[in-house]
Design a protein around this ligand. Structure first.
Ligand code: AMP
Length: 533
């Protein structure tokens, strides 16, 4: 797997800057191959699936080619659905954000045509549209094609499946012959080849050649999720499987940074790894991961290349990888050296097709799993607790504990052994804290022994749980959304800690830190009392 940087693709600085803002670390394989071809001006057939980065593969060269000084329509992108038209248009807007004077407009059925006509009249150089609506505008002469030099048929196979063949042909016939014609399709059917033959000239075919790779035989699952729920579901899975060492893959540097912040804020031990880090930082992050100080490493594909850690228990694909080969590399990080491993992939909407592609190419099976609910996590915790208890019953001499209990029961005679066992479980599972959490409490913020203007808070975890000051700081800043810098002194003891926060934030912190986990343990937090607790 060779990495091609965007800088190597002779892209102008303004677009390069936009690409960096989007957090892309390297060109995806289809981009690395297609961008130079499209930029050279020849016709191209690109074979690529959604999710491979194909939009930028044609979007960047179009933005380079369009002349902002001319207000005439210069490029048309045809898409099968309005959703895709909107998506492509948004992506091109982002890529072109530093280019002045270029107007990009999505046009699709269902949208008020009068409004579209007004926008078209105000000088649009690029339109992204569905075939029916584009034809409609051509008929009304609200789209004029005399200056169009580039046409893209995105997801051409989909357009054919949806019965747009005639529309596509009508549109292509009206565009000047000395145009550049680009066709993207996930499959290369006979029909696609016919269209290509009829409407393209000496087209170059670009696809990512796949090497045969061996997929490690590890358990692979996927979850269908919504984008906005990814963080919560990741945390739930981390709680459920409690892997000691896990890798989380994101597609962009930006996402790596954001996710690390979220995880730290929720009390997980996570660090990020991507190409913006200096060698020194990289080494520090890797060492911490290797020696177990960091449990979760969040990384981009490029940055993860050099990772040589053997006992990664689980790999999470927070984003579906952009290339089939990446998938194999990613999941190959777990289950090494004969150990068992698991790989989990989050799939949003259409990405399911990408996953099907991966399965076909890798000749592997990725099983769907229902997203665990909060109750599932709870149940697993109970099961784990019961296992622990049964282990103790079988292997530990309990005579002393039995004796204490019998004595107590003889003396009070009011409760059964089940009552005592239930009470112990209640305590151990933290149910008592949940109950307390149900109503807003009134807090006594006076006399906590803090500095002037501050309140000292007690937290029931400490050094014994490997908690560090920054874990507490991260959890408070993340959960209560107060700036980390206003948090005062943090004192760590073996089994508990103190932290000072400004008085005005104290209730907010106390409320938002209820049932928060730090280092996997649900914490209890309250105002400290004068005696030091
Ligand atoms: P597409 O296949 O064009 O639908 O792109 C899928 C997603 O990948 C979009 O959210 C893009 O913003 C993103 N993307 C495109 N190129 C890259 C890249 N080189 N690195 C990371 N993400 C990318």
């Amino acid at each position: 797997m060779e990495t091609v940087k965007f800088e190597e693709l002779e892209i102008s600085n303004k677009i390069l800057k936009a690409v960096m803002d989007m957090g892309f670390e390297a060109a995806s394989p289809i981009q690395a191959k297609a961008i130079p071809v499209v930029m050279s001006g020849v016709d191209m057939i690109g074979q690529a699936q959604t999710g491979t980065g194909k939009t930028a593969a044609f979007g960047i060269p179009i933005l380079e080619k369009v002349d902002p000084k001319s207000k005439k329509l210069q490029a048309i992108v045809l898409c099968p659905t309005r959703e895709l038209a909107i998506q492509v248009s948004e992506e091109m807007h982002k890529l072109g954000k530093y280019l002045h004077g270029i107007k990009i407009l999505p046009v699709y059925g269902g949208q008020e045509i009068v409004k579209q006509i007004r926008s078209l009249k105000s000088g649009t150089q690029i339109i992204i549209g569905t075939p029916g609506r584009v034809m409609d505008h051509m008929r009304r002469k609200t789209i004029k094609c005399d200056a169009v030099h580039t046409i893209v048929m995105d997801e051409a196979d989909e357009m054919l499946n949806m019965g747009f063949r005639e529309d596509m042909e009508t549109i292509l016939e009206q565009i000047p012959e000395d145009r550049q014609t680009i066709l993207f399709s996930a499959t290369m059917s006979k029909e696609i080849q016919e269209i290509a033959k009829r409407f393209q000239k000496d087209a170059v075919t670009v696809k990512v050649v796949k090497k045969q790779l061996t997929v490690p035989s590890i358990e692979q699952y996927y979850y269908e999720v919504r984008k906005k729920n990814k963080d919560d579901i990741l945390c739930r899975l981390l709680d459920l499987y409690a892997p000691e060492r896990s890798l989380v893959f994101c597609n962009t540097k930006k996402k790596v940074d954001e996710l690390v912040e979220v995880l730290k804020g929720r009390g997980y031990s996570a660090e990020g790894l991507h190409g913006d880090l200096k060698q020194i930082q990289r080494d520090r992050v890797m060492n911490a991961f290797r020696n177990g100080k960091t449990e979760i490493l969040v990384a981009t594909d490029v940055a993860a290349r050099g990772i040589d850690v053997d006992d990664v228990e689980a790999v999470f694909n927070y984003d579906v990888p952009q290339d089939d080969e990446y998938y194999v590399h990613r999941i190959g990080r777990t289950g090494r050296a004969g150990r068992s491993g698991r790989a989990f992939t989050f799939v949003v909407g259409k990405e399911i097709y990408k996953l099907k592609d991966i399965q076909r190419y890798c000749k592997t099976k990725i099983y769907m799993k229902p997203v665990p609910t909060v109750d599932d996590v709870e149940q697993i915790k109970v099961e784990k607790m019961m296992e622990r208890l049964e282990d103790i019953i079988e292997h530990v001499d309990l005579s002393k504990a039995v004796h204490v209990l019998q004595k107590q029961m003889n003396e009070s005679n009011d409760y059964t052994s089940l009552d005592y066992a239930a009470a112990l479980l209640h305590l151990e599972m933290g149910y008592d804290q949940e109950e307390e959490n149900e109503d807003q409490e009134e807090y006594d913020l006076e006399g906590t022994g803090a500095e002037e203007g501050m309140v000292r808070l007690f937290i029931n975890i400490g050094k014994k749980q490997n908690v560090r000051a920054k874990d507490i700081l991260g959890a408070i800043a993340g959960e209560s959304q107060i700036p980390g810098r206003v948090v005062g002194r943090i004192d760590l003891n073996d089994k508990y800690s103190f932290v000072e926060v400004p008085k005005e934030y104290a209730v907010k912190v106390l409320e938002s830190m209820k049932s928060v986990k730090i280092k996997g343990k649900t914490i209890h937090i309250e105002p400290a009392n004068k005696s030091g607790r």
